[in-house]
Design a protein around this ligand. Sequence first.
Ligand SMILES: NC(=O)c1ccc[n+]([C@@H]2O[C@H](COP(=O)([O-])OP(=O)(O)OC[C@H]3O[C@@H](n4cnc5c(N)ncnc54)[C@H](OP(=O)(O)O)[C@@H]3O)[C@@H](O)[C@H]2O)c1
Length: 260
Amino acid sequence: MTAPVLRALVTGASAGLGETFARRLADRGVDLVLVARREQRLQELADELPVDVEVVVADLADRSDLARVEARLRDAERPVDLLVNNAGFAAYGPVAELDADLQTALVEVNVTAPVRLTRAVLPGLLARGRGGIINLGSTAGFQANPDGASYGGAKAFVHSFTEALYEELRGSGVHALLVAPGITATEFQAVAGVPDGAVPAAAFMPPGPVVDAALTAFARGDAVCVPGAANRLMAVGAKLAPAAVGRRVSAFVHRRYVRR
Ligand SMILES: NC(=O)c1ccc[n+]([C@@H]2O[C@H](COP(=O)([O-])OP(=O)(O)OC[C@H]3O[C@@H](n4cnc5c(N)ncnc54)[C@H](OP(=O)(O)O)[C@@H]3O)[C@@H](O)[C@H]2O)c1
């Protein structure tokens, strides 16, 4: 990494990519603050890791829980050098049918939490002139997602927000990275209600290489990391193709493979 990271806060560390970020960072000797709702999972992971680990049980869709995480990030006594805004989930189906509260919670976890946590950690990072923020976007953020409208919209926000932040931070010693994975083998599809086997196995990347690519890109000071050659090709295609083509391809894929 550009400057050594001593302590990282990882949201959504109880599973999938967040758990993998925690393990990889612990391998590098980074102390951790692990955030998610499932306390037992976090505690078991904390017990296993060979570094100092704090567990913060929080529902990031709940503003008072989120405020506790923000307060932890502002604590100058135990500074956090790296914030990994990883917690997230998707909901698939037409906007007219998906529960309004579910879509609101999706925006709270995928958008509001990263914005508020970024705002909480940045003054300390800027004062120390080092460290950074890794935000999890998605290849779903590169085009409109019919039947995944809130999720695609949330990730498009994360993309634009993070790339803008990258430029705002230029020259400060603090660094923002957008990571946009494609389909990754975690609990994500099950949480979103995608039936087992609906998505072809070949489409999945394992979480390890996704996180390795992200940490390498962070160390290099990149603005954007799209892990996996096939996902990078898709991202370039989405940028070059007319928006109408992107959204129709996305509609086909969601109806064929993802929608319940
Ligand atoms: N897997 C993919 O195909 C894929 C593709 C592109 C991008 N991504 C993005 O990668 C990130 C990680 O996803 P994943 O694949 O690792 O999914 P995952 O295995 O389902 O893990 C999601 C994590 O987010 C946490 N989380 C969900 N809702 C939360 C809430 N209300 N409050 C606090 N924590 C919450 C979960 O913890 P608790 O349930 O314990 O709270 C869990 O630790 C997400 O931002 C996702 O959008 C995933």
